[in-house]
Every structure is written in structure tokens, then in C-alpha cells.
Write a protein that binds this ligand. Structure first.
Ligand code: SMO
Length: 678
């Protein structure tokens, strides 16, 4: 049951009137015709919601200028698609029809980018390192903007209870407890008047980790009109106004000596943010910088990141959330370094990866890389693909004039930090209920938690039921994001079960409930190495990914099938970024990719042969020893595919390519390389 399936009592449906101008002043907003239309109960504008509060933003970067959070635009419009009015209708169609009758005159204004947040990490030795280096390579990567595209678009349904003056809110979210606390803060009401339930969530990918202005409006309207209210975004509204991922531009310079030793890294990251910031709106720009220099030892570093506000669609975390960007920059720089130094790309990586004996390792950017054997990931990978044979085959194909490439992407995946809760109850009949503040976005959380409890209590899994994502039935929690659910939520479940066991041993009478709030010791850093084999058609530019081989150290594995599912799903989304996905605006800021007719998503036939290899180094940072894996594929795959594509065109003299690697862009790269030669 998705949120849109929830049956409300005689609900009002919301249709938003959205700005068709990216930056402007509202000079006239005419709502009378809409108000008189059939089935319309109310039309609201910015003035009605002017007194509401703001969404909180996680200040992982020092904030210089926080864009205002408006449920409906006030006098100023700051982003294309920003809601300027909302129509409440007896049916969704009546609301949509009436929304067309709202006349909004918005005077376009000039706007320039605004620096929202900035941070630099530097040990002030980079210039010196570069001066004495034998090679300095540089690279600029502009990541495409991506539409996260969950199966169910954003959807929210609020049931108003007249007796208690409370609301029950079904919300397609990965953070139901956060929905409740943020709603309470923004609406200025007590949290106990709000119950939030996340039914089946058809994918979230970070896009549903925050409340949206539209969500707040729906709940505000339910309380205001004392009626049930519902809204489900159309797919076009998602392209326009749900948060986009990536869009990061990263520039880097890597200095190395002739024997391949890395000496210094300089990086400049710029992350776009929209007219308002979701809770995790600064995470992407932060991660894209602080995950540098990945798992490599680099003595001198100078790393800067900036979040810059523009008037395009809002951006937020999207599966990987800065991790793909950091790793992609590093892996491209290393391949360029391999090309200029003549050192094999695997060898160059192995030489510079932080050795297992040096872990845990504190980075300049404030991370503690906890555990594992990074070079082992490369060893397992080379063994799995028979790397020497692969190189020999490539040489043979190249001699025949084929454009074939091999690309490697080593990656790090930090999983979340902090606390999560579990409440485990052992009933008299021996059945067990596991409730947690962690939740599911459709990724099998219930199964993993039941397995953890079955193992810890040594009982049959059929005796266990798992309760998630209902603020009335589960302890306060964070939710499912940042690859944290198994590592932290799972550890909370384990700890609660251990408490049950010890209280049983102390012969406590049944039933027993253990409430645990578990806090990890720090982030668990998953890692791995991916290898992509591609071929490119010289006459059409069409790229075929022949095979991707994955090696992941995910820490303790609870369920191998779920882990493989995460790797496959992430890989499909990573391949989407590498090959086809891109949100496109024209020069006036109008969205050209407003539907799946214009925005390409990978389908089953686009997915190559995938070999998955994994090993387990338990993380010392949490009770389970688990690491994140939910984002692995989105991090490893783009770097490996991009490196493979450049490698395929290397004989033509191509040294850089931009994602997505569409046949058109590759055809142009091949043509200009060939023309340059002739
Ligand atoms: S991008 Mo994730 O749901 O933190």
C-alpha cells in the first residue's frame, strides 16, 4: 500500500500553481475565477502561510546565507516551479482545472548566484608539493543533474480528527519521525497532535528524506479546514520541483613523483542548491569534498567546497550524495596520472592506497577511516577478471581498430553517524515484536531486522514481527538514509535483543520489553573496487558496457541477497548517471526534461553482465560490524564506466569526457579527435 492508496474520508485534493519564471516579483495574483470554479473549497496564497516557520537544515558546512523556506512564495519567486498558490478541490481533477484559472503575473528579475556555504581544509603544503612534483594532472568533472525518480512520486495524505483536533499523516518518506518533528516546528503545534505513518515507500533514494513546502501545505490545510487533505505529485511535478541529485562541479589537481607516489591534491567543489534547502541540502557539497582523497595517502591537501544558490530546481541528497563525486574526481585524476607516468592504473592505485596496517586513519577533512584492506579489493578484482588476460585482449582488439576500454573505480562509502532506536518485546507466547525508529524505503529492512533478532534471541524468524515507520508505534528515530539503517538501526536491534537475553537469564518474568537508543562510535566506511569493460562504436558513438565486476567490503553481512540487491540497484542508478540521465534546462532556465519522454532511465536491457564479489571486514564502529552498501553501486560504477570510456578513446587522443556518455557526445568526441589528427 503506497501513500496514494490511502483512503481518506471525503478529502480535499491539492493542486499547486507553480511559477513559470525562475526569478521574479509577484505583481498580481488573481484567484477569484479559481475560487468560483466547480468543486473548489479554497484557494490559498503566500499571505495565508506567511507566519509558518522554517525547515531545519543540517549545518555540516558553515552557512553564510540561508535561502528562506516558503510554503507558498511570498512576494518574491526564487525558483522555477516554486508553488505560488494552492487550490483545494473536491477532486484532484477539479483542483487541477481550477489551478489553471489562477492568474499569476510575475515580473522577471535578474538574479546572480549566492554563496550559501563554504569550507576549506588545507594543510598549506599543496603548492610546495606541486612545485617539486614530476607530474601534475588536472581534471574538471561536471556531474549531470539527476532526477531520483522513485516509483511513487511524493505523496502525502492527512486525516483530520475533529474529536482530538489531531492529524494522522501518511507520508511517502524515509524519515517519518523527522516528518513529525519538522511539521510540528514549522506549523508551531505540539508534535503529539501529529501521527506520521510511512506506508510502503516505492523508493526514496534521499529524495524523500526531507519535508517539502508542498507537504507542509497539505497538513496545514487539513488543520485549517478541519478536513482530510491529500496530494500526490504528478511525474512532471517531480522533474520540476522534487530535489535533484548531483549537479556538482569538481575540479582537481593531483601532483605525483615519477615513481607514482602521490604528493598533493588540490580540489575545488561547487554544489548547486535551489531556492530552498531540504534538511540535508548541504550534505552533497560536504561529502563531495570531505570524502577526498578517498582511500589514498596524499600528504599535501587543499580542498574547498561551496554550496551556491541558483534559480533552477532544488537539489538534495540522492543515493551517494557527494560520495560519487569525490570518488569520481579521484579516480579520473589517477587514470590521468597513470597515462602521463606510464604506470599501470591498478599498480598506481595499489601503491597509493592507505595500507591495512595504517587503519584506522584520520583524514584532513575530519574523517576516521575505520577498517579494512583497501588493496585487497583491487587484488580480488584483478583475480576475478584475470586482469593480465584482459589487458592482452584489449591490445589484440585495439590492433584490429576496435575502441575498447577498461576502467577502474575504487570507492569509499561512509555510512551514517549517530543514534537509532529499537524496542524489542518478548511476549508470553514466545513471539517477539521488533519496533525501530529506523524505517524502510522498500529495501528489505524488515527482513534484515528480523534476521538480526532471530539470531540474537536464537528463535525462529517466523516468531518475529517487525514494526517500522509509524510514530505512534515505534520509538523516536532517524530513519533510512545515509546507508545507516543496518549499521546503526541493526545494532540497536541487536543490543535490545541482548538485553532481553540477559534479563531472561536473570529469570525475569514474561513479557519483557527492552528499549535501546544505540549510538555508534563513528562512521563505518565501506569500500570496494569496480571494473567496467566497454566498447564504443566508431561510426555511431554508441557505447556498450560489456561487463561490470564489483568487489565490495560491506562489513558484516546480515543478508547476502539484500546486499546484492543494493549493489545491483545502486549500479543501475550509477550506470544511469554515466550513460544517459540528465536534467536539462534551456538558457532561459526552462526545464526541457519534464517527463520520461525526455529524461532517459536505464532499463533492464541496458544493464550489462554483473559479477559481484564481496568480503567482510567487520567495522569496529558499531555493534553489528556492518558497513553501508546502499550507495556502493552509484559510487563505483560512474567512475569505472567514465574511466573505461576515456580508455576506449585514448588511442584517438581523447583525455576527457563528460557524463552522460550518450552516443551523440561520444560521436562528437570521436569526430573532433579524428579531425584534429588529419
Ligand atoms: S542519499 Mo541517502 O537516502 O542519504
Amino acid at each position: 500500500m503506497f501513500t496514494d492508496d490511502v483512503k481518506l474520508t471525503n478529502p480535499l485534493h491539492v493542486a499547486f500553481v507553480r511559477s513559470q519564471i525562475a526569478s521574479g516579483e509577484i505583481v498580481e495574483l488573481e484567484t477569484e475565477d479559481a475560487l468560483e470554479a466547480e468543486g473548489v473549497a479554497a484557494v490559498h496564497t503566500g499571505a495565508d502561510v506567511a507566519d509558518l516557520g522554517s525547515l531545519s537544515v543540517n549545518p555540516v558546512l558553515p552557512i553564510k546565507h540561508l535561502p528562506p523556506f516558503s510554503v507558498l512564495a511570498q512576494a518574491t519567486v526564487r525558483g522555477l516551479g516554486q508553488p505560488v498558490a494552492a487550490v483545494l478541490g473536491e477532486t484532484a481533477l477539479q483542483a487541477a482545472d481550477a489551478a489553471e484559472l489562477v492568474y499569476a503575473e510575475i515580473e522577471p528579475t535578474e538574479s546572480s548566484p549566492i554563496l550559501v556555504a563554504e569550507k576549506n581544509w588545507s594543510n598549506a603544503q599543496y603548492e610546495e608539493a606541486a612545485a617539486k612534483a614530476d607530474h601534475v594532472v588536472s581534471c574538471t568533472i561536471q556531474h549531470p543533474r539527476l532526477a531520483p525518480s522513485p516509483m511513487e512520486p511524493r505523496s502525502i495524505a492527512a486525516a483530520y480528527d475533529a474529536e482530538t483536533d489531531c492529524v494522522t499523516v501518511w507520508h511517502s518518506t524515509q524519515t517519518p519521525h523527522r516528518t513529525r518533528s519538522e511539521l510540528a516546528a514549522i506549523l508551531g503545534i505540539e508534535a503529539k497532535r501529529i501521527r506520521v505513518i510511512a506506508p510502503h515507500v516505492g523508493g526514496a533514494f534521499g529524495m524523500k528524506a526531507s519535508l517539502y513546502p508542498e507537504d507542509v501545505f497539505v497538513v496545514w490545510a487539513a488543520l485549517k479546514h478541519k478536513r482530510d487533505v491529500k496530494w500526490t505529485a504528478t511525474r512532471s511535478e517531480e522533474f520540476l520541483s522534487a530535489t535533484h541529485g548531483r549537479g556538482i562541479k569538481s575540479e582537481g589537481e593531483l601532483a605525483l613523483s615519477s615513481d607514482g607516489t602521490f604528493l598533493g591534491l588540490k580540489a575545488m567543489v561547487e554544489g548547486p542548491v535551489g531556492a530552498w534547502l531540504p534538511n540535508s541540502g548541504l550534505i552533497t557539497a560536504w561529502n563531495a569534498a570531505r570524502v577526498l582523497p578517498s582511500g589514498y595517502a596524499v600528504p599535501a591537501q587543499d580542498i574547498t567546497t561551496q554550496a551556491v544558490m541558483n534559480n533552477l530546481g532544488p537539489t538534495g541528497i540522492y543515493r551517494g550524495a557527494g560520495r560519487p563525486e569525490a570518488n569520481c574526481l579521484m579516480e579520473r585524476l589517477i587514470d590521468k596520472a597513470a597515462a602521463v607516468s606510464g604506470i599501470d592504473p591498478v599498480e598506481l592505485r595499489r601503491k597509493n592506497l592507505i595500507p591495512a596496517t595504517a587503519l584506522p586513519h584520520n583524514t584532513l577533512t575530519g574523517n576516521t577511516l575505520d577498517s579494512g584492506d583497501y588493496a585487497k579489493a583491487l587484488d580480488v578484482l584483478c583475480e576475478a577478471v584475470d586482469y593480465p588476460a584482459l589487458l592482452a585482449e584489449q591490445t589484440r582488439c585495439r590492433a584490429e581498430g576496435q575502441l575498447v576500454g577498461i576502467g577502474i573505480g575504487f570507492y569509499l562509502e561512509p555510512s551514517g553517524n549517530g543514534w537509532e532506536t529499537a524496542r524489542v518485546t518478548l511476549n508470553e507466547d514466545g513471539s517477539v515484536v521488533v519496533a525501530s525508529g529506523s524505517s524502510s524505503q522498500g529495501h528489505g529492512r524488515e527482513t534484515a531486522f528480523a534476521q538480526i533478532a532471530a539470531d540474537a534471541l536464537n528463535i525462529d524468524i517466523d516468531q518475529i514481527s517487525v514494526l517500522l515507520a509509524d510514530t505512534a508505534k515505534t520509538p523516536e528515530g532517524i530513519g533510512a538514509l545515509a546507508s545507516r539503517s543496518t549499521a546503526i538501526g541493526g545494532s540497536a536491534v541487536l543490543k535490545a535483543c541482548e538485553e532481553i537475553t540477559s534479563r531472561l537469564e536473570a529469570s525475569e518474568a514474561l513479557p519483557i520489553t527492552a528499549d535501546v537508543r544505540y549510538e555508534n562510535k563513528g562512521q563505518a566506511w565501506g569500500y570496494g573496487a569496480y571494473l567496467a569493460q566497454v566498447s564504443i562504436c566508431r561510426s555511431t558513438g554508441e557505447l556498450s558496457v560489456e561487463r561490470i565486476t564489483c568487489v565490495d567490503d560491506t562489513g558484516t553481512i546480515v543478508n547476502p541477497k539484500l546486499v546484492e540487491g543494493q549493489i545491483l540497484g545502486g549500479l543501475a542508478q550509477g550506470l544511469g548517471e554515466a550513460l544517459m540521465e540528465s536534467i536539462v534546462y534551456d538558457e532561459d532556465g526552462q526545464l526541457l526534461t519534464g517527463s520520461f519522454m525526455d529524461y532517459a532511465m536505464p532499463r533492464a536491457a541496458d544493464i550489462p553482465t554483473i559479477d559481484i564479489h564481496k568480503f567482510e571486514t567487520p567495522s569496529p564502529m558499531n555493534a553489528l560490524g556492518a558497513k553501508g552498501v546502499g550507495e556502493a553501486g552509484t559510487i563505483g560504477a560512474p567512475a569505472a564506466i567514465l574511466n573505461a570510456a576515456v580508455d576506449a578513446l585514448r588511442p584517438l587522443g581523447v583525455t576527457d569526457l563528460t557524463m552522460p556518455l550518450t552516443s551523440q557526445s561520444l560521436w562528437r568526441a570521436i569526430r573532433s579527435a579524428e579531425q584534429g589528427k588529419s
